[in-house]
Write a protein that binds this ligand. Structure first.
Ligand SMILES: NC(=O)c1ccc[n+]([C@@H]2O[C@H](COP(=O)([O-])OP(=O)(O)OC[C@H]3O[C@@H](n4cnc5c(N)ncnc54)[C@H](O)[C@@H]3O)[C@@H](O)[C@H]2O)c1
Length: 270
C-alpha cells in the first residue's frame, strides 16, 4: 500500500518536532512537506538523518508542489482557519490539533469538509491518557456527590484553570445530570479554588511540570482518584497517527479523540 502523504503545518514548533520524528519512523506514512511562518531554508531535514522534505512559509505552494493526502495543523488559532480553507479547497484531508478555535470555526471546518468531500479531525487533546482520564471521570461521576480537580501545568501556561479541567468538570456534571454538591460550609477563601458545576478546580503552576490532572471523587468513607501525567510531548503521537489514518477513510468532521476512539458517538463539543 502507498504511504499516506503528510504535510505538517507548524513544522518548526514543539509538537511539530515530535510528529516529524514520529512520521520518519512510520512506514505507512511519509512526510512530504513542512510549512512554518518561521521557515528560513527550503528543506526540513529529517531528525533521523534519512533525508529531508520541502519547507516553506507558503502553505498553498507546498500543497500544490507536494500533493499531500493530509495536512496536520499545530500552529495558532489565527493561522488554522486560512490553512483549513486552502487545504479543503484543494481536496486535502485535515487533522487539526491547534487549540483555541471557536465553535463557529469548528462549524466552518465541518461545512468545508462536507462541501469539498474531505475528512477532518479536530481534537483539542490528542493525549490518549488524558482523554481516557476524562472518560473514566465521566463514568464515575454518577456514583459520587462530591468531586474536586487538581490540575498542574508548567509555569508558562497562559490560562487557568486549564481547558481540560473545565471540560472535565462540565462532562462530569453532564453525566451526573446535575452539578456536584459543594462541601458545606463553603469557605470564601481563594485557596479553595474555582467552582465549576460544583467541582472545585485547583490550578498549580510550576517550572518542572508539563501537564497533569487528578480528579478526586469523594463519598462517605472513601475517595476515588483518577490521574493522568504527561511526561513528554510524545504522548500526542499515537492520537495524531490514528487521526491521520482515520481521516483518509472519512468524509466530514470527527470532533475529539474520544469520538475517534469510539468513546462517544456524536459531535458534542464540551
Ligand atoms: N491537540 C493537542 O493535543 C495539543 C497538544 C499540544 C499543543 N496543542 C496546541 O497546538 C498548537 C501548537 O503547539 P506547540 O506547542 O507546537 O506550539 P509552538 O509555538 O511550539 O509551535 C507552533 C508553530 O506554528 C508556527 N506558526 C505560527 N503561526 C503560523 C502561521 N501563520 N503559519 C505557519 N506557521 C505558523 C510557529 O512558527 C511555530 O513553529 C497550540 O495551539 C497548542 O495549544 C494541541
Amino acid at each position: 500500500m502507498k504511504p499516506i502523504r503528510v504535510v505538517f503545518h507548524g513544522a518548526l514548533g514543539r509538537v511539530g518536532g515530535e510528529v516529524v520524528s514520529a512520521l520518519c519512523r512510520e512506514p505507512e506514512m511519509q512526510l512530504v512537506g513542512g510549512v512554518d511562518i518561521r521557515a528560513t531554508g527550503d528543506y526540513l531535514p529529517f531528525p533521523d538523518g534519512s533525508g529531508a522534505a520541502p519547507l516553506s512559509s507558503d502553505l498553498e505552494h507546498i500543497l500544490t508542489s507536494c500533493q499531500p493526502d493530509v495536512v496536520v495543523d499545530f500552529t495558532i488559532a489565527q493561522a488554522t482557519m486560512p490553512a483549513v480553507r486552502i487545504a479543503a479547497q484543494k481536496g486535502v484531508n485535515l487533522v487539526v490539533g491547534t487549540t483555541g478555535l471557536t465553535a463557529d470555526e469548528v462549524d466552518e471546518i465541518e461545512r468545508l469538509s462536507l462541501a469539498h468531500q474531505v475528512g477532518a479531525v479536530v481534537a483539542p487533546n490528542f493525549a490518549l491518557g488524558a482523554v481516557l482520564m476524562m472518560h473514566l471521570a465521566k463514568l464515575a461521576a454518577k456514583y459520587f456527590d462530591y468531586a474536586e480537580i487538581i490540575e498542574l501545568h508548567h509555569h508558562l501556561k497562559a490560562d487557568s484553570p486549564s481547558g481540560t479541567a473545565l471540560s472535565t468538570a462540565r462532562v462530569m456534571a453532564e453525566a451526573k445530570g446535575k452539578p456536584f454538591d459543594v462541601p458545606e460550609p463553603r469557605q470564601a477563601s481563594s485557596s479553595r479554588g474555582q467552582l465549576v458545576e460544583g467541582v472545585t478546580i485547583h490550578s498549580v503552576r510550576l517550572p518542572g511540570l508539563l501537564a497533569h490532572q487528578e480528579v478526586i471523587l469523594g463519598g462517605p468513607g472513601q475517595t476515588l482518584s483518577i490521574r493522568h501525567d504527561t511526561i513528554s510531548r510524545e504522548c500526542y503521537i499515537p492520537g495524531v497517527l490514528l487521526a491521520i489514518k482515520r481521516v483518509m477513510e472519512h468524509k466530514g468532521l470527527i470532533y475529539g479523540l474520544d469520538t475517534l476512539l469510539g468513546l462517544r458517538g456524536g459531535h458534542e463539543r464540551v
